[in-house]
Design a protein around this ligand. Sequence first.
Ligand SMILES: [Fe+2]
Length: 371
Amino acid sequence: MRKALVSDAILGKFAAREVPGPHPSRPLLRKGARINEDVLSAIERYGLNVIWISDELLPDVETKEGVRIETREAARNAFRGAYEAAERWQEDKTPPKSDDGSRIMSSVRMLVADVTSNRDVLSNLSFIRAWDDYTFEHSVQVATASLLLGKQIGLDEDALHRLGIGAMLHDVGKALIPQEILRKPGRLTDEEFAVMRMHPQLGWEFLRAGFPTIMPTSSVVALQHHERLDGSGYPFGRREHEIYLFSQIVAAADVFDALRAQRAYRSDLSPAEVAATMRREAGAHLRQDLVEILLSHVALAPVGSVVQLSDGRYGMVTSVRPQAPLHPVVRVVSHDGERRLRDDEVDLAEDHLEITQLLDGWPDEVLSQAR
Ligand SMILES: [Fe+2]
């Protein structure tokens, strides 16, 4: 099974897991059911972004979920609420509704529960993002990665909650940046970049004014998440111990997720290159120990990912070991010449192969061979 973005592309496919709906006793879709147009529009109306589908070629590969889909959707919608509250606040100083705050709190509670109960350390973060949803998806991914870090360095549950709230809201100040700068394709001018760099301070001011019940250790994350250990960050060029722990954690998770996202959009950035870039940031910019925890605990190609290997073949990741997260076991799909599909397990560490590309699904050439 694999995760798939909710779009026309999933029509005719089969649900690999039950799809939850607004009524707990009545799921939108039962496991094994086929997705037709009515079901698709119900899923879209309910606001789901991603569901699990049975894979066309390797339906038996079992994947584990680091964070439940319903948790991620709740968190995404809660952040969207806070983001829109920030826009209204900027227009006419309308204060956020108490609902906006409680949705953030309850979705962070769900995230903390998922992250702390998950025994599978190589957590399966989502790899699928729609372009227009990037800001919302990013905040959820950063919160999840931050909580994984917080758990690994031994934070207690109360601290994890405060960290999760800060991580979720770290970029809320982007709602206060003019759209034409925020969404500008291509490079920003120096002046535009200076405006963009105001989002930490604007976000922090909004949180202090609009959500006064949020603890300062959470809201300061919005202010400090672009500060760097050597003082090269912004807005104030703070260094090392001047940067609060939660801000240091979210800074590492933020860079990591931005690189993973870039990878999702630019096929030339392989998981190995993401790891190498992260390691270059470690020390001067980001805390080395946090970078290493991320690289060993978050699989850049988790189980269920469709990948292309350095020898050109395609396959699906079937297991990942913490000692070698960049070299998982892959079930490679190939042909025996008689138009029969064969699949062989390949251990990338033993076979000296690399993953050159992560894909959202099987390429047409593979699917057409399988038919
Ligand atoms: Fe930011």
